[in-house]
Write a protein that binds this ligand. Structure first.
Ligand SMILES: Nc1ncnc2c1ncn2[C@@H]1O[C@H](COP(=O)(O)OP(=O)(O)O)[C@@H](O)[C@H]1O
Ligand SMILES: [Mg+2]
Length: 292
């Protein structure tokens, strides 16, 4: 097969890992920077031009779209979809999972649980809205942040209000969330490929830090998850229409709470922690889907 990995950076671990897995399985692989894909829409339909050449004969794409360029990434995927090229990530699922707000809106509306959250552009309302939360500590986060940047812990309501005001002043969409103290700086990442859980790990924040992101110095270890956590992870990806995804949840007194679902999950942390060759699982999923 001709497989294209849509990635901005060929040197990234995940991109390399996918390309290697595809080549091992005798596929022809191209790494395409989707931000350099020019989209042509005319009477002949939809075409994609890459460095001046129309892309043809691609059997499948594996999009790895960065959080800051979701809209353009989705537009590129849409051009491929229109050509009936198989994609491991549909443009509509990418848009639904796009930011933390749209993700938990959809999942909570389907009956899954997330930390209680409030969003408001009206600073006069913050105080009242915060009364809904138990405890003084409040998490404030940017809806489209990644790697833990843009996630802050306020010690009290007044601090939370000031942080929200600063974000809103900078035209950054942010939300306030109940702080799940009992998760003790850890969260669970569950990797799902084609309706199957292929790996799970627990990430623990370094001492003095509440964010468990590996980019913020957190550490990861393999973790067995219980039936409820499995069910929640599989339902979350199903509701979002994702086939390859990383589901992040906090273990709380009221069960697993979904933090976010990553539509282009990084493979480095999960592959090195679990020793599972997840890239190959993704390539096998592509084979099953295209060659059926
Ligand atoms: N409501 C919360 N309660 C407790 N810890 C949280 C909460 N929200 C986030 N965290 C911690 O902060 C980390 C980063 O938050 P997250 O929402 O996943 O943002 P990012 O997309 O930047 O990773 C999480 O992995 C978790 O460890
Ligand atoms: Mg996260």
């Amino acid at each position: 097969m001709n497989i294209a990995v849509l990635s901005r950076n060929p040197a990234l671990y995940s991109t390399q890992s996918l390309a290697r897995a595809a080549r091992v399985r005798h596929h022809f692989v191209r790494i395409i920077d989707y931000m350099n894909c020019d989209l042509i829409i005319d009477d002949n339909g939809l075409q994609i031009s890459y460095h001046g050449q129309i892309l043809r004969d691609i059997d499948a794409i594996i999009p790895r779209i960065g959080a800051s360029v979701t809209n353009y990434g989705a537009a590129v995927i849409r051009q491929f979809e229109e050509k009936n090229v198989f994609t491991t990530l549909s443009s509509s699922a990418l848009v639904k999972a796009r930011d933390k707000l749209s993700c938990i809106q959809l999942l909570v509306s389907k009956g899954l649980k997330a930390p209680s959250s409030v969003i408001s552009n009206n600073s006069m309302m913050y105080k009242e809205l915060l009364q809904r939360f138990v405890g003084d500590e409040i998490v404030v986060k940017l809806v489209n942040g990644t790697h833990g940047i843009g996630v802050l812990l306020a010690d009290n309501h007044r601090q939370a209000e000031s942080i929200m005001e600063a974000f809103n002043k900078g035209k950054q969409q942010a939300m306030m969330q109940e702080f799940i103290r009992e998760s003790k700086g850890s969260d669970i990442r569950i990797l799902v490929v084609d309706g199957e859980i292929v790996g799970s790990m627990k990430r623990q924040a370094r001492p003095g830090e509440f964010r468990s992101n590996l980019h913020r110095g957190g550490s990861a270890q393999i973790e067995t998850i219980n039936e409820e956590e499995k069910e929640v992870a599989l339902k979350a990806v199903e509701y979002l229409g994702l086939k390859v995804a990383g589901v992040d949840m906090l273990r709380s007194k009221r069960g697993p709470l979904i933090l976010e679902v990553n539509a282009s999950p990084g493979l480095e942390g999960i592959e090195t922690t679990t020793k599972v060759d997840i890239a190959s699982r993704i390539i096998k999923f592509v084979e099953r889907s295209v060659l059926k």
